[in-house]
Design a protein around this ligand. Structure first.
Ligand SMILES: [Zn+2]
Length: 126
């Protein structure tokens, strides 16, 4: 069985999650800019690869959960929230790593999608 989420419902849920996360300026007042560069991989015969850059400024929501783009993936995605929170706590300027989609599905294998990420954080001058 494939779960199909109503897209409007999913947009509304995303909006609520973002509001709950709070603004970058509220969560991390010392941060002036966060840049996430990621390469998206799909486990398939033809792994569709995508490169994406996301910018987060103080006026934006501190919501760093990136959706999985595989059809039929339920509750999947890549949550960079803890990675970013740890970086800021330790005042790290850049961090590289890899995440595998945590979503479950009856029709998809585990590890059906993954990302390589490179996060850069800029801090306000004291
Ligand atoms: Zn997934």
């Amino acid at each position: 069985m494939v779960h199909r989420q109503n897209s409007l419902e999913s947009i509304e849920l995303n909006r609520q999650r973002k509001i709950a996360a709070g603004l970058v300026s509220e969560c991390f007042p010392e941060v002036s800019d966060i840049v996430i560069r990621m390469t998206y991989y799909q486990k398939a015969v033809n792994p569709v690869m995508m490169v994406r850059t996301m910018n987060f400024w103080p006026s934006q929501y501190a919501y760093f959960n990136i959706d999985c783009m595989v059809k039929g993936c339920v509750d999947g995605g890549f949550d960079l929230t803890s990675v970013i929170a740890k970086m800021i706590k330790n005042r790290r300027k850049s961090e590289k790593g890899k995440l595998v989609c945590k979503g479950n599905s009856d029709v998809l294998a585990s590890g059906h999608a993954s990302i390589d990420y490179h996060i850069t954080v800029k801090y306000n001058k004291l």
